[in-house]
Design a protein around this ligand. Structure first.
Ligand code: HMG
Length: 389
């Protein structure tokens, strides 16, 4: 029986954010539609010098603080904002972190499910090699386009999970239930830098997948709502997870339902401010809940991962004794609180200043250089990454 799980959780986002009330005003929408109806307060905004690689490297660096890089055998990066159709973003991450060459680097893609695939592979790997570690990362920038319904659900960030056979934070159970079925709910053709989405249909598929997996999970494990201290969801926006949670709340007694509701709120706290970070989103919910200090060691939590297209997985994890001393709430809150607010005009300018999809050279705007790693530009069709000062 595997004891593998998550040893450390790293997080990174950009240095800029947009207030949803400012966006609502500019779009002629009632601000409560965004803040209550969708459930988002802010979204991180990415200048072109921040991409899925720089965010992944920053989150991985955060997860690796005080760790021995020589123990890491693999970097598995789940992303749907990959910067190259051939080379894995994880190769750049390895270089930026200065990890030894004796490491495997791979990128995995299936919309927001990518990081769960990475985690799954990482856990199986470390179970077989108890002295080795694997970094599983989810890193993305969610882009729907200016003046689109999806605009209020954009965001940018990364979460890195350092996995080991003797985890300090949580043990991931082997009760994984999963499901794939072709759905035209959300996709991004290679010619487009923004996703195409059938928004209302995507929420229907998400809920249907949760329902099917929850039913199957209960049948396979004999567990129900009463057996969990919290339910965590992929959170493209906070209201989405709440809609799925309602199905579980109907089956819980009033005390349990109240607990699950308040823990859901704690799990959505970081995401409400960072926005959808696609593949890392479920794990940002995990971090947000754990850093709220509401749960005791030994608590069992359920995790629902969803990636459009569509694929989903429901599994559980158990918190380890002393887990909270391996978290870094001050550092992660400082990353969120330390962002600079941009107005709608500046956000629109940054949104439209992205790398040309042609062989010409490009320099990123130095005024937006921030964070431990950045993309300086593209020269001779080669991306120029740098460590910050
Ligand atoms: P919309 O169609 O503009 O919004 O965009 P709406 O009209 O459906 O309203 C949203 C909510 O606000 C509704 O609440 C309204 O009632 C409420 P609900 O009925 O849903 O509970 N509302 C108000 N509340 C308070 N005061 C008001 C007010 N007005 C309205 N004045 C939509 C919403 C989600 C469709 C859009 O933002 C979108 O397309 N987002 C992107 C797609 C998405 O996030 N889908 C989620 C499921 S798919 C997924 O999670 C995968 C994904 O992460 C990608 C991947 O896997 O890679 C997206």
């Amino acid at each position: 029986m595997s004891e593998a799980g998550i040893d450390r959780i790293g997080f990174a986002t950009t240095s800029l954010f947009l207030d949803m009330r400012d966006l609502a005003k500019s779009r002629g929408v009632d601000p409560e539609k965004y803040t209550v109806g969708i459930g988002q307060a802010e979204q991180s905004v990415a200048p072109s010098s921040q991409d899925s690689v720089t965010l992944a490297a920053a989150a991985a660096r955060d997860a690796m603080k005080g760790e021995d890089p020589g123990e890491v055998d693999m970097i598995l990066m789940g992303t749907e904002s990959g910067v190259d159709a051939s080379r894995a973003g994880a190769v750049y991450v390895k270089e930026l972190l200065g990890l030894p060459d004796r490491v495997r680097c791979v990128e995995l893609k299936q919309a927001c499910y990518g990081a769960t695939a990475a985690l799954s592979w990482a856990l199986d790997y470390v179970s077989m090699r108890p002295r080795r570690k694997v970094l599983a990362i989810g890193s993305d920038i969610a882009r729907y386009g200016l003046n689109t319904p999806g605009e209020a659900t954009q965001g940018a960030g990364a979460v890195a999970l350092l996995c080991s056979a003797d985890p300090k934070i949580l043990k991931v159970e082997e009760d994984r239930e999963f499901l794939t079925a072709l759905a035209a709910d959300f996709w991004r053709p290679t010619y487009s830098d923004c996703a195409i989405v059938d928004g209302h249909y995507s929420t229907e598929v998400y809920l249907e997948f949760f329902s099917r997996l929850w039913k199957r999970y209960k049948e396979e494990t004999g567990r129900g709502a009463q057996d969990f201290e919290a339910f965590l969801f992929h959170l493209p926006f906070a209201k989405m997870g709440l809609k799925a949670l309602r199905e579980v709340l109907k089956e819980a007694d009033p005390d349990r339902a109240e607990k699950l509701r308040s823990r859901f709120e704690a799990s959505a706290a970081y995401g409400r401010r960072v926005g959808n970070i696609y593949s890392g989103s479920l794990y940002l919910s995990l971090l947000s809940l754990l850093e709220s200090s509401l749960l005791e060691a030994g608590s069992r939590i359920a995790l629902f991962s969803y990636g459009s297209g569509a694929e989903a997985e429901l599994f559980s994890a158990t918190l380890q004794e002393g887990y909270s001393s391996f978290l870094a709430p001050e550092r992660h809150l400082a990353a969120i609180n330390g962002r600079r607010k941009v107005g709608v005009g500046e956000y629109e300018h940054l949104f439209s200043d992205f790398l040309p999809s042609s062989p010409q050279d490009y320099s990123c705007d130095e005024r937006y250089f921030a964070g431990p790693f950045r993309l300086a530009g593209v020269k001779g069709q080669k991306r120029q990454y740098e460590a910050g000062m």
